[in-house]
Design a protein around this ligand. Structure first.
Ligand SMILES: [Cu+2]
Length: 124
């Protein structure tokens, strides 16, 4: 008799707690992890698929090791439209080869959360 009561209580407890936990997953974490997964998928494809995109130098900040570029879509970073923004550079020496108004071609990647120019060449 004791065993039957215990089993019933366990079954009841899991029946009660399971639906609320599942709803919590779907409302918040479930959707978030779906987005995160898509982003990670795009990032992991970047090294193989990244191709040079056109950019225009807006501002070179050698002290900060950054360059502000107007750029077209960077689909490997999930940017599907043109915008102007600052990037770090993988090779600080590149900043000496850039000046305001220059047209360049580059590849940017997300390196540990910092958007970084990892390939650079002056546009011809
Ligand atoms: Cu951007």
């Amino acid at each position: 008799m004791k065993t039957i009561i215990a089993t019933t209580l366990i079954a009841l407890a899991s029946t009660l707690s399971a639906p609320s936990m599942a709803a919590g997953e779907n409302d918040g974490h479930g959707a978030m992890s779906g987005m995160g997964h898509d982003k990670m998928k795009m990032q992991s494809q970047a090294p193989a698929e990244a191709k040079m995109v056109d950019g225009t130098v807006k501002k070179v900040d050698k002290a900060a090791g950054k360059v502000t570029l107007a750029h077209g879509p960077l689909t490997n970073l999930g940017m599907n439209m043109a915008m102007t923004m600052a990037f770090r550079v993988k090779d600080a020496g590149w900043l000496d080869q850039m000046k305001d108004g220059d047209k360049i071609r580059f590849v940017a990647e997300d390196l540990n959360g910092a958007l970084t120019v990892v390939k650079f060449e002056p546009a011809k």
